[in-house]
Design a protein around this ligand. Structure first.
Ligand SMILES: [Fe+2]
Ligand SMILES: [Fe+2]
Length: 575
């Protein structure tokens, strides 16, 4: 390639050979310099356009993206104002229309839509009016035809109805003059919006001039790049919304499984986020240096929403087991009926015996003795029944003598349809003999197994890089810093701060939940005391608990949670 300097040298050389006419020399040098300036300007514009394209494709937030498109297009063309519309379907008419998304005007010093905080109240522009394409409106025309329209002065232009801009000018004192309107066509050839630029200014000045024709192709190209970026951002947002909805659906299915633990996942997720946000706000102490990025916060939130997903396979009766004899119903009712049968059997036996005594001419003393004996036996049955019912409810720790008494009751028999039957079955005795809580060892295992199932299920999902730790955090929510947790017995070194947050939120929620079977809500103070003991025993993170209590994370979250619940109830009643 010949450089400018070489070219100038060649020209000078040539004119010299031709006799050396300096006037021609100067003229040619001037031409070369102008050509060079022009070429450089175009090259720099193409470079800027490409930079804008790269920047737009990196923006994932739709509102910021739309705003940025208008900003960049205006800067590129030195336009005083700009509007971005997107095509949407009117839900009432089912017809397409242009929705005002972004409006910017430097002279009026206004920015509306997007992240500006100033919503646009203008009604959408219909693309179809009276059954025909709305070609009177320049933006609707561009959206429908895909043509780019460049108007030097809208006050003298023909073919479009500009009463709207004129009315705007009348009210505001603005003067709408030049206008460049380009369709935003995505990679699939679909027009998804319109970019309208107003009042191009002279370089470095305020004078309004028509949009240069050179810009038409460049703006068309920019609008298309913007359309592709919008389509991509929307697609990502749609997928994210879908993913989010699926997660919430699964979480609510698990919460619905139990009337007692309902809302657990929602509250654990909320508490976890509150702890993480509090850490981010902290500028001193143990967590001054810890800062979670928005992606890391999102990853923790997803892990919290999914932490108990394994419970989907846990049988309801175990999740909800409120009494020791509960399966899908409380078997104490069965035992109570059995004791009633025993009681009536005893009465019938005594009656029969008395009749035999009478037939054999026994005296009243003998009959009285039978009644007294019956009364003693009935009292014993009643007492056994009450004792069994008491043992069925998990409360006090069952001591050895209670277990012995249960065994003695179970060993008693009665006749049922002529068959010698024990008062309590083997399984009933086993369940009633649970010393603490309501779960047998096997059932405890079934419950604990939910974490292993969580890990197994989540490991099968192709999480993107930004969510690559979800399995780790969710799967560690029953681990303890001292290694006594499950399922892996991980110790402190292996437990990330995110896992520790989830552990704390999970335990705190379980302790303070108002809705466990046979367990009244624990006062916050008592729950915090237990958490304190757990921290001392190196089960949960002591520093985290300190921050949790000092910054009143629980109280602050519960205020928000209750307000949210009230708003949901109000919305549901309003329907
Ligand atoms: Fe769990
Ligand atoms: Fe949980």
């Amino acid at each position: 390639m010949v450089s400018d300097a070489d070219l100038l040298d060649k020209i000078t050389d040539y004119t010299r050979k031709q006799g050396g006419d300096t006037a021609i020399e100067r003229l040619l040098a001037n031409v070369v310099s102008q050509v060079r300036e022009f070429a450089e300007a175009r090259a720099s514009e193409i470079k800027r356009l490409s930079d804008i394209g790269i920047a737009l494709s990196a923006e994932r937030n739709l509102e910021r993206l739309l705003e940025r498109i208008v900003d960049e297009a205006r800067r590129f063309t030195r336009a005083d104002a700009g509007t971005l519309y997107t095509v949407q379907i009117n839900p009432a008419t089912n017809l397409p229309e242009l929705k005002f998304d972004i409006m910017q005007n430097d002279t009026m010093n206004t920015r509306q839509g997007g992240t500006s905080g100033n919503p646009i109240t203008l009604p959408p522009v219909p693309l179809v009016k009276d059954g025909k394409p709305n070609h009177n409106n320049v933006s609707a025309y561009v959206a429908d035809t895909g043509e780019t329209v460049n108007i030097p002065d809208v006050y003298i232009a023909e073919g479009f109805d500009f009463t709207g801009p004129r009315k705007f000018d009348q009210i505001t004192g603005y003067r709408t003059k030049s206008m460049l309107v380009a369709p935003m066509r995505n990679h699939e050839g679909e027009i998804i919006g319109v970019l309208q630029l107003l009042n191009a200014k002279v370089p470095g000045g305020e004078r309004v001039i028509p949009f240069s024709d050179e810009y038409v192709d460049l703006i068309k190209s920019l609008a298309s790049q913007a359309a592709v970026a919008i389509t991509t951002a929307r697609l990502i947002q749609d997928l994210q919304n879908l993913f989010e909805s699926v997660i919430r659906l699964v979480a609510s299915a698990i919460d619905e499984k139990s009337a007692y633990t309902g809302g657990h996942i929602t509250r654990v997720a909320g508490l976890s986020m509150k702890i993480a946000e509090t850490i981010n706000e902290t500028t001193e102490g143990d967590f001054a240096e810890v800062k979670f990025t928005p992606d890391e916060l999102n990853e923790l939130r997803i892990a919290a929403w999914l932490h108990d997903i394994g419970k989907i396979t846990t049988p309801e009766y175990v999740v909800d087991k409120g009494t020791k004899l509960e399966t899908i119903f409380d078997r104490i009712e069965l035992i109570k009926t059995r004791f009633e049968v025993i009681r009536r059997g005893m009465i019938a036996d005594a009656m029969e015996y008395k009749m035999r005594l009478v037939a054999n001419g026994a005296d009243s003393e003998a009959l009285k003795a039978v009644d007294e004996q019956l009364a003693v036996r009935l009292e014993e049955v009643e007492s056994d029944k009450e004792f069994v019912a008491r043992c069925n409810t998990p409360g006090e720790f069952l001591k050895d003598d209670a277990i012995d008494r249960l065994k003695a009751i179970a060993a008693k028999t009665f006749l049922l349809d002529g068959v010698e039957t024990p008062y309590l079955t083997e399984n009933e005795l086993k369940n009633l003999s649970i010393r603490k809580g309501s779960l047998t060892e096997e059932e405890r295992q079934i419950i604990n197994n939910h974490v292993s199932v969580t890990i197994k299920m989540l490991s099968q999902l192709p999480f993107p890089k930004k969510l690559s730790h979800v399995v780790e955090y969710a799967g560690a929510h029953h681990e303890k810093l001292n290694g006594a947790g499950y399922p892996n017995g991980w110790t402190a070194e292996r437990l990330a701060i995110q896992s520790r947050i989830l552990c704390l939120a999970d335990i705190c929620e379980a302790l303070t939940a108002a809705d466990r079977p046979y367990k009244p809500a624990m006062p916050k103070e008592r729950a915090f005391q237990i958490l304190g003991f757990m921290a001392k025993d190196q089960e949960i993170d002591e520093r985290l608990l300190k921050l949790f209590m000092e910054k009143e994370v629980y109280d602050r979250y519960m205020v928000e949670y209750k307000a949210q619940k009230e708003a949901e109830t109000a919305a549901a009643t309003a329907k």
